[in-house]
Design a protein around this ligand. Structure first.
Ligand code: NAD
Ligand code: UDP
Ligand code: UDP
Length: 314
């Protein structure tokens, strides 16, 4: 039985990952400081014989014995990662150093949850892994973007210098059940606003694009990457290449919820990327991975989840 550490395990992606690992028989140690995670995301795992939780902040050293580490700890929503920008940079960088130090000592394999944000506001479209990106080093998104870029650097340096077995995954926008209702990201915002009959806040003119991956597909890609051969280090893009404008997303949410909510425009936040779409050739060829869930199908499942959490017309 493998002993697997999941940092950020009470978060949106982390909690789904814990479920998947337990389902396949692993012994799971979940750590989280509850900055953006929720107790209820892992409440159903209390008492599971192979699940253990420790409240811990990855910016502090952690001494445990494990075979694999999934390093997901870091707020992912712009609203939350900008709330305490210094802590976000510390979580990415010092957190990576601590988890890499742990991997070095225990000889565990370690996967980093990196991000499409390493490409910044990209001039290469769709984004391939060899594109170095266009990132503002001093803007309001930089604590996250540059923190994640530095973490990637550390992963490759620990690999080159200390032979740590690394996997770096560049995650593109992912959505699904267990996103926090006040998370601030676009899918949860639009659905919660629609269910409550509130205005739907479209930033800018709504022509900026994103490509949304359903959480089950993403977790499948993450587990495949961890299990891939030692020659596959990444960085590797995992996301759904079907690209939509934010206007199209708002229209789809309005249609699928049947809401009477109206779209209102709000200013576009600074450094908001204009377009984003993963080139997933590497994930297809090296991991045999392909997203299965269409946007509408995934949105319906997510809407059902939020109905149970926030109610309708509330
Ligand atoms: P999330 O905010 O739901 O989860 C992050 C978790 O990390 C939370 O439970 C939070 O409490 C915890 N955390 C934050 N700082 C911590 C610290 N210092 N010590 C311990 N725990 C800490 O976000 P998510 O969407 O589940 O994202 C998980 C990971 O995936 C993040 O690293 C994020 O950067 C990456 N990612 C996510 C997406 C996406 O679209 N969901 C896209 C790209 C990258
Ligand atoms: N570390 C940790 N758990 C371990 C081993 C290391 O948290 O089991 C931390 C340790 O505190 C250190 C960091 O990881 O600050 C980096 O470890 P490394 O061995 O690279 O550095 P060093 O200990 O030589 O500074
Ligand atoms: N967005 C929006 N309304 C919202 C929240 C976000 O129009 O209520 C836009 C945002 O400006 C961005 C896109 O949706 O262009 C995705 O934003 P999100 O915060 O989900 O993720 P990221 O910008 O990190 O991809």
């Amino acid at each position: 039985m493998k002993k697997v550490l999941v940092t950020g395990g009470a978060g949106f992606l982390g909690s789904h990952l814990c479920d998947r690992l337990l389902d396949r028989g692993d012994d799971v140690l979940c750590i989280d400081n509850f900055f953006t995670g929720q107790r209820k995301n892992i409440a159903h795992l209390n008492g599971h014989p192979r699940f253990e939780f420790i409240r811990h902040d990855v910016t502090f050293p952690l001494f445990v014995e494990v075979d694999q580490i999934f390093n997901l700890a870091c707020p992912a929503s712009p609203v939350h990662y900008q709330f305490d920008a210094v802590q976000t940079a510390k979580t990415s960088v010092i957190g990576a150093i601590n988890m890499l130090g742990l991997a070095k000592r225990t000889k565990a394999k370690i996967l980093q949850a990196s991000t499409s944000e390493v490409y910044g506001d990209p001039e290469v479209h769709p984004q391939t892994e060899d594109y170095w990106g266009r990132v503002n080093p001093i803007g309001i998104r930089s604590c996250y973007d540059e923190g994640k870029r530095c973490a990637e650097t550390l992963f490759f340096d620990y690999q080159r210098q200390h032979n740590v077995k690394i996997k770096v995954m560049r995650i593109f926008n992912t959505y699904g059940p267990r996103m926090h209702p006040n998370d601030g990201r676009v899918v949860s915002n639009f659905i919660v606003q629609a269910l409550r009959g509130e205005d739907i806040t479209l930033y800018g003119d709504g022509t900026q694009t994103r490509s949304f991956c359903y959480v089950d597909d993403l977790i499948d890609g993450m587990v495949r990457l961890m299990d891939s051969g030692d020659d596959v280090l990444g960085p590797i893009n995992v996301g759904n290449p079907v690209e939509f404008t934010m206007r199209e997303l708002a229209d789809a949410v309005i249609e699928l919820t049947g809401t009477k909510s109206k779209i209102v425009h709000r200013p576009l936040p600074s450094d908001d990327p204009r377009q984003r779409q993963p080139d997933i050739t590497q994930a297809r060829t090296k991991l045999g991975w392909e997203p299965q869930v269409q946007l509408r199908q995934g949105l319906m499942r997510t809407i059902d989840y939020f109905r149970s959490v926030v109610g309708e017309g509330a």
